[in-house]
Every structure is written in structure tokens, then in C-alpha cells.
Design a protein around this ligand. Structure first.
Ligand SMILES: NC(=O)c1ccc[n+]([C@@H]2O[C@H](COP(=O)([O-])OP(=O)(O)OC[C@H]3O[C@@H](n4cnc5c(N)ncnc54)[C@H](OP(=O)(O)O)[C@@H]3O)[C@@H](O)[C@H]2O)c1
Length: 290
């Protein structure tokens, strides 16, 4: 009986949170805001840039491939962006990360949203075989460059009372096999940015920090990398981007997408870690991995 009561209470709390996070965002809240989206030449970052563009923001895109960035910028303008620029940079170089922010300051005079989304350098999907180069490059691209961008942008964000949006993953909350270098960077992000959020609050600094915890999303690169290795349906990147932007604009501390797969999993993980890990382990198609 007590277990049923607990389950019902939990369900009510989850529903309440879900509907609270469903609050809508209007163009009035975003029009004219200055947004930097990293890793926006493709995938979720590209969709996040489109979402901010539909709401009338000034967007600056960054990634390594110039041609792709130019095309995305063109589409951003067509969708309604107040302006759309791009900076070509490789996040394995922390000085380059710092320069992106200087570039944004020169072009837009400030920043309202820093969306940290890029991902790369974590090696092949498969068992860890001692590849230290993959761990080092994953930590640099997927963690240290995020911190460098934040450090460089913080003064502008303080001035604008802006927002940091960090794209994380279920892999940053529940460790899993075959992507160790990637998971390590995502765990580091979760630790750094949840601590930063509290520190900013204690300093009474009005800069919000939103962490987006994502499941499997149907970007070309993700499907190419793991499509034949896991038994899971990929979720649409467009809806994913909408949820990320919505949570960022509403200054929510966290967003989970897809909510109904991730949130219960993370709650039950505290009580039954073994069961949740066993369930997740069943999703791997081991004959295609080992
Ligand atoms: N897709 C999923 O299933 C999934 C699940 C959980 C979490 N996430 C998270 O969601 C975010 C976006 O994922 P995604 O699937 O959209 O990734 P994606 O499609 O692979 O896009 C990655 C982006 O990062 C850029 N990038 C890669 N290496 C870079 C480097 N060294 N320097 C600068 N930019 C670099 C890429 O552009 P260039 O190649 O042009 O540089 C691209 O724009 C990531 O943080 C990821 O961890 C994704």
C-alpha cells in the first residue's frame, strides 16, 4: 500500500513538473537577443539555431565547416533571425574558443544566450582499449572548451543577465559502456555547471544555467555512429531543439528530452540502480559491438 501511495505521489510530481515545463515561449521574449550556438553546422545545434531564428534572435553559429555554417546562416535569416553570422573554429584549440567570444563581442556588443552544444573527438563506439588520445581529446572538446567559452563569456552574460544552456546526455547521469571518453566529459559538464549555477545564485548573479539531458536523438551523426548498435528509437531533433530553447528562455535549471523515457529512469535509478543498468544493457546489440 505504501509503495502504491509513493508511486502515485511520484507520478503526480512528474506530471506537475512536466506541465510546468510546458509553459510556452513567445517571440517577444527572444526578439533581438544575442545568441551564440556552438556545433551549429548540423544536428541539434543547427535546429537550436533555427528555433532561435524563428523567435527573431541575432544568431552566431560556430563549428569547423565553413560551407555548412554559411548554409545554416542563410536559412536562419529566411526563418526570421534579426541577423545571422558564423565563426569557423575548432574547439580542440582553447585559444580558438576564447577568440569566438571576442568575435561575438565585436560583432554584437554583448551576449544573452550561450548555447554549448558541440561534440567531437571521443573516438569509436566500442570497448575501452586504453586509448588515451580519445579521452584527452574528448575532455578538451566536450568539456574544457565549454568551460573556456563560459569563462570568456561570463562578463557579457552578467551584463545582460543572460543564460547558459549546456547540452548534456543521459550518459552524463548514468555511466554506460562503449562511450567512456564521451561519458566522462558529460559527467564533468554536469558537475561543473550544476556547481556554477549554485555559485552564481549565492553571488546573486542573475545568469541562468540550463542543463539539457538528452536521450537518443535522430541526428545524422548519432544514427551513423550507433544506429546498428542499440535497440532504441531515435527521437526527432526538431522537437528536441524546441525543448532546449524553451527551457533556456524560461531559465529552467534542467530539461529532459524525451521526458517520459528519461525522467522516470533517473528517478528509479536511485532506488534500483542494478535493475536500471540491466534494462539499459539490454539495449546494446552486442554482436555488432564486440
Ligand atoms: N544525437 C544524440 O543522440 C545525442 C544524445 C545525447 C546527447 N547529445 C548531445 O547533443 C549535442 C549535439 O549532438 P548532435 O547529435 O547534434 O551532434 P552532431 O550532429 O555530431 O553535431 C556536432 C556538431 O559539433 C561540431 N563539432 C564537432 N567537432 C568539433 C570541433 N572539434 N570543433 C568545433 N565544432 C565541432 C560539428 O560541426 P563540424 O563538424 O562542422 O565542426 C557539429 O556542428 C552534443 O552535445 C551531444 O553530446 C546528442
Amino acid at each position: 500500500m505504501a509503495a502504491v501511495r509513493l508511486f502515485v505521489s511520484l507520478l503526480i510530481c512528474l506530471c506537475a513538473y512536466y506541465f510546468y515545463s510546458e509553459e510556452t515561449v513567445s517571440a517577444d521574449m527572444v526578439r533581438g537577443k544575442r545568441v551564440l550556438v556552438t556545433g551549429s553546422s548540423t544536428g541539434i545545434g543547427e535546429q537550436v539555431a533555427y528555433e532561435f531564428s524563428r523567435l527573431g534572435a541575432h544568431v552566431i553559429l560556430t563549428a569547423r565547416r565553413k560551407q555548412q555554417l554559411k548554409q545554416v546562416a542563410k536559412k536562419c535569416l529566411a526563418l526570421g533571425a534579426s541577423s545571422a553570422g558564423h565563426v569557423v573554429a575548432d574547439m580542440s584549440n582553447l585559444t580558438a574558443a576564447q577568440k569566438i567570444v571576442e568575435d561575438v563581442r565585436d560583432r554584437l556588443g554583448g551576449l544573452d544566450y550561450l548555447v554549448l552544444n558541440h561534440v567531437g573527438g571521443s573516438g569509436q563506439f566500442g570497448p575501452f582499449k586504453g586509448d588515451m588520445a580519445a579521452v584527452t581529446s574528448s575532455m578538451t572538446i566536450n568539456f574544457l572548451s565549454y568551460v573556456q567559452l563560459t569563462a570568456s563569456a561570463l562578463t557579457m552574460l552578467r551584463e545582460s543577465q543572460g543564460s547558459i544552456v549546456v547540452v548534456s546526455s543521459l550518459s552524463g547521469r548514468i555511466g554506460g559502456p562503449f562511450t567512456l571518453a564521451y561519458n566522462a566529459a558529460k559527467f564533468a559538464l554536469e558537475g561543473f555547471y550544476s556547481s556554477l549555477r549554485r555559485e552564481l545564485r549565492l553571488q546573486q548573479t542573475n545568469v541562468s544555467v540550463t542543463i539539457a539531458v538528452l536521450g537518443y536523438i535522430n541526428t545524422d551523426n548519432a544514427v551513423k555512429k550507433v544506429g546498428d548498435k542499440i535497440r532504441m528509437a531515435a527521437n526527432p531533433k526538431e522537437e528536441c531543439a524546441q525543448k532546449i530553447v524553451q527551457a533556456g528562455v524560461l531559465r529552467q535549471p534542467e530539461v529532459f528530452y524525451p521526458y517520459w523515457s528519461l525522467k522516470p529512469l533517473l528517478l528509479f535509478k536511485e532506488w534500483m540502480p542494478g535493475l536500471i543498468e540491466t534494462l539499459l544493457d539490454k539495449s546494446y546489440i552486442l554482436e555488432n559491438i564486440l
